[in-house]
Design a protein around this ligand. Structure first.
Ligand SMILES: Nc1ncnc2c1ncn2[C@@H]1O[C@H](COP(=O)(O)OP(=O)(O)OP(=O)(O)O)[C@@H](O)[C@H]1O
Ligand SMILES: Nc1ncnc2c1ncn2[C@@H]1O[C@H](COP(=O)(O)OP(=O)(O)OP(=O)(O)O)[C@@H](O)[C@H]1O
Ligand SMILES: [Mg+2]
Ligand SMILES: [Mg+2]
Lengths: 168, 161, 161, 168
């Protein structure tokens, strides 16, 4: 159930609509300091349902919306869509018939949020249920943030236990 | 359930005992359940010994050793219970060249069962990827995705930075 | 004393305004005294803007931008009140090649007034040093110092890793 | 007042007596992961008077004493000597006549400590006074630990103020 594509619009430094297409295997993302690579990782965490702005390096969730640069004004909303492959048929009903699933999250500066599965409006809990059922929701060890790897082995015993429980 | 947790702990532990020496070119690593509480609540400790060195507390390890030990634990989790995809942001930054080579070798194995998305500044790591994606900021403050192919790797990378 | 602190803050601030664009190839950085308390107690805020980008909170900056901004602040302190020696452990690790070059250029200036001891895995950084010291562990767990000369740099480094 | 030499004996991974000679200008220290480079930095902080084991990556100060490796037994004490140049004559009395100053710290597994200036026993506070007078004691911004640089700019305003005060 790999990631086929990520679409970003107005999310952090991705002001213009950007479509990133991935393959299976190893995909290396490269570029100079500050160009937006970790912002891509933040986008995946965000569309997977991240609720804490601090986990996305912000103080408020509003800070994920493009706030202007180089003559471009700030935007009013941020949107990220994640397209997941269902070639192995592991996605549970009612989506098991699709060959791919698109999950979209949108946040307006007003604070309003919208959620979509395959471009059909849904509630946040429908998305979190979908991810829980496919095992993605549980695997916090699947995304390792920049600068955080050395801390993994210095975690408290209860946190290391939590990693084992996620794999159980 | 207690049984399921203990089975998983044992499986991850056995995998760690196999993976650790592959990354460290020797040495040993394992997980230990603390005995101060019921197995349903007790914490888990990770104990590692780089080749030829004596077992010391994790905090005394070097920056590179901590990152590599963490990779050993994470790779063991990935092998026991693969995630559909995993995303690693600059985890190779503290590693020297020899450790990066061993790291990539085990990562290749993981990538047969999971999609691996890797953010890196390291040329060796880039060379082993199946797909290379470039992010640029030609217009300051505005990110753009470009696809990069392997022939163009070294000069594109030069151009991008 | 309040006067001395404010004078130092002003001097470091002016130096930061000069050094920041050298490291970032543009942009601006400065220090601001918070106004919620007496100048004898108030905190100091650092505000930075990489070239072409808008001012955002420090936490949103990238790993490399944070390290480079920190270097700008530290270098400004070093220039206003040089330390007899400064020791920097792998501070270039998050930087890309272009930033490392600018970092080294300013560091060269600092090294005219202070001894700079730099731990690094980066070959560009090694090439600009006046003296290269190698640490090895031929016997596992036992550190040994070897002197390394420049001709031997690339192969010694290969041998050492 | 630069560092001319560091001598280590039994300090962390430096079981055999090691003498590191520095020059003015830029000295780069290189080597593979885990070979002892950061241990050198810990040695300098320690001989300058570091009192917190945690700042040296240990839980107890005793952990800086070589604890065995590869068939070698652990040692009973650790010793680090720092040789500083006084060519610019900035060292205050009673050491202003010397062209170099050697400061030594020794720690025994029993917990006992010994201190020396130019191989003459002294008290810990004589060493801290010496460093305070020469300005080394004040400049905490002079030593940047591995992994810590990115945190500098995210410090609280009172910590950034403290850096400015050190330079004042
Ligand atoms: N809401 C926003 N609007 C505009 N720009 C933003 C926003 N949030 C973050 N940024 C910018 O994104 C940049 C950080 O990008 P990112 O962390 O992805 O860089 P990176 O490619 O990972 O770099 P590095 O190699 O240094 O880690 C910062 O310069 C920051 O100012
Ligand atoms: N008291 C001690 N006795 C023996 N070995 C020790 C002691 N304290 C620390 N060590 C060892 O020193 C090693 C760490 O060395 P150090 O942190 O200097 O590495 P490094 O060269 O900085 O590596 P890196 O490039 O990964 O940062 C660890 O393997 C640790 O086990
Ligand atoms: Mg990043
Ligand atoms: Mg180190």
């Amino acid at each position: 159930m790999h990631i086929k594509q990520i679409e970003l619009f107005g999310f952090k430094s991705f002001v213009d609509k950007a479509i990133v297409t991935f393959s299976t295997g190893i995909c290396a993302v490269v570029g100079p300091n500050g160009c937006g690579k970790s912002n891509l990782v933040d986008a995946v965490r965000w569309v997977l349902g991240e609720q804490s702005a601090k986990q996305l390096r912000g103080k408020l969730m509003e800070e994920v919306i493009f706030n202007g640069a180089n003559g471009r004004p700030s935007l009013n909303f941020a949107e990220v869509s994640l397209v997941l492959s269902n070639e192995d048929g592991k996605v549970p009903p009612p989506y098991h018939e699709y060959s791919e699933i698109m999950v979209t999250r949108r946040l307006f500066r007003s604070g309003d949020s919208e959620y979509y599965i395959n471009r059909t409006p849904c509630r946040r809990m429908d998305i979190s249920k979908l991810f829980m059922d496919t095992g993605i929701g549980h695997r916090h060890y699947a995304i390792i943030e920049q600068g955080k790897i050395s801390h993994v082995v210095e975690s408290k015993p209860e946190d290391i236990r939590a990693l084992i429980e996620e794999a159980a | 359930t207690r049984k399921r947790f203990l089975q998983t702990l044992e499986a991850v532990n056995r995998k760690l005992e196999e993976v650790f020496p592959l990354l460290f070119n020797g040495g040993s690593g394992h997980l230990q359940l603390l005995t101060d509480r019921d197995p349903l609540e007790a914490g888990v400790e990770i104990l590692v010994q780089p080749p030829g060195k004596r077992l010391t507390s994790m905090t005394l390890l070097s920056g590179g050793e901590k990152a590599l030990a963490a990779a050993a634990l994470l790779f063991s989790l990935y092998m026991i219970r693969p995630s559909p995809f995993c995303i690693l942001d600059e985890v190779d930054a503290p590693l020297d060249d020899a450790n990066i080579d061993r790291f990539i070798k085990v990562l290749k194995r993981i990538s047969l069962d999971s999609q691996v998305i890797l953010i890196t500044h390291n040329k060796r790591t880039m060379e082993t990827s199946d797909l290379l994606l470039g992010v640029t900021m030609e217009e300051p403050g505005i990110s753009k995705i470009i696809s990069v192919n392997f022939q163009g790797l070294s000069d594109t990378h030069e151009q991008m930075v």
